[in-house]
Ligand binder design. Sequence first.
Ligand SMILES: [Fe+2]
Length: 529
Amino acid sequence: MANPIVAQQRSGAPDSGVRLAELMAALSIATDLGMGQPLESALCTCVVAMRLGEALQLDDDTLRDVYYQALLRYIGCNADTQGMAALFGDELALRHDFATADPGRPPEVLSIAMRYLRQASAGEPAYRIASLVARGLLSLPRLMSESFAGHCEVAQRLAGRLGFGESLIACLGQIYERWDGKGLPRKLKGDQVATAVQIVTLAQDAVVWARVGGRDVAVATVRKRSGGAYHSRLADRFCAAATTILAGLDEDPTWESVLALEPGERNSLTDDEFDRACEALADFADIKSPYTIGHSPGVATLAAGAGQRSGLVEADVSALRRAGLLHDLGRVGVSAGIWCKEAALSDREWEQVRLHAYYTDRVLARPEPLRHLGALASLHHERMDGSGYHRAIAGQTLAPAARILAAADAYQAMTEPRPHRPALSPDRAAEEVRREVRAGRLDGDAAHAVLAEAGHHIPRTRRDRPAGLSEREVEVLRLVAQGLSNRDMAAQLYLSPDTVKHHIQHIYDKIGVATRAGATMFAMENRLL
Ligand SMILES: [Fe+2]
């Protein structure tokens, strides 16, 4: 079967340079974070599942489902996390511990649930803890069924938007189903559970237990769960070939291994397809909290519009839009209990919040086209005075595109409710953004472009820069004077060489020079360096 997205590719459509498998592998890093698992757990699961599938001589279509089921299994994991956190506290820690439990054995599930219910009600009087734990345990079956059904439905809808076909979408509707019929939410049994689903469930068990206790423990666990979570034929084949199937997981570069295993054609997404995929990923990120629904597309629209107003070329506007869609992917790695907290955050919780920008960077760290977007997206909480996070980059080292993204994120967030405050009206939000500019935290040009894009009236202010240069133009002029090549300037400013060239010509026209030396003299004469 051809690549589901690429199958729709129109000949001659612009190539984004991003392979579907690469994007899905990146997404799997995000779902590791959301499931409280070590990074690359899903990648390891994919390698093990594919090796088992090949040992079972599965046909190409089933192998393709195995491959993407392993990478996308938990793309619905951000749904309902607020409810889980309200009941259990840190849902990421709960999920981490739950990974070793056998969901077909109620005592294992109940013991973990009880521990977290107790922790979540710590500090309450003893009688109240008992009542909260009892109530939690009573509601557990309904909660698990509803929550798992929600995860499946969200995963299926996202997979549909990513262009996958019916077969994988059906698999994603069965992620918690089991061979013995004790799964959720539909209690499918035997062959009703897709082979790809059973293989990925087995592979995940094997990866988790190999990490905990090595190959022998993984084999013992799979043998114990044989005929329960998965067909005994699959378990037998795994146990017989475990040494080969689990070989090199710790040492091998898993990213490359997974990409090498991609079944079928290896084509890139077109620009339009990549845009649609980014939109789906934005919703994956935003569903983590009820109050962030629609946040990332809002930031993307504002940032792209502001970029256009600021004279960026089309490629840079497109990068800003995509970075806006992807900027909060890292939120998945922070507990919903922290995102939803109404009271002031503790230092430890703030530390977690700061990490989300870093997580965005890491999720998108490979391959190159994603790395560029990730680097820009992860700057969305940086501030001009160095008070932002996670790198605390200040002033001139913060690229113009990053300043626009930061202003767009700040404005958009202010117009949305947060647990500790209601949404601000557009005018109040604009006022706050201007206050941030005056305080030196947001860039004036970037903020004005964002506010203009949001429909606010921006009064023309007299610039005291020579020749009517804007702050951004002065920055470019400084780099010109420092002797940077257009390519180096483009890298430093997160702009394309074309935009830089355009800026420089515009600046030269404004200041009436024709050469780099002339521009440098102008900068020196006007004390701009
Ligand atoms: Fe953020």
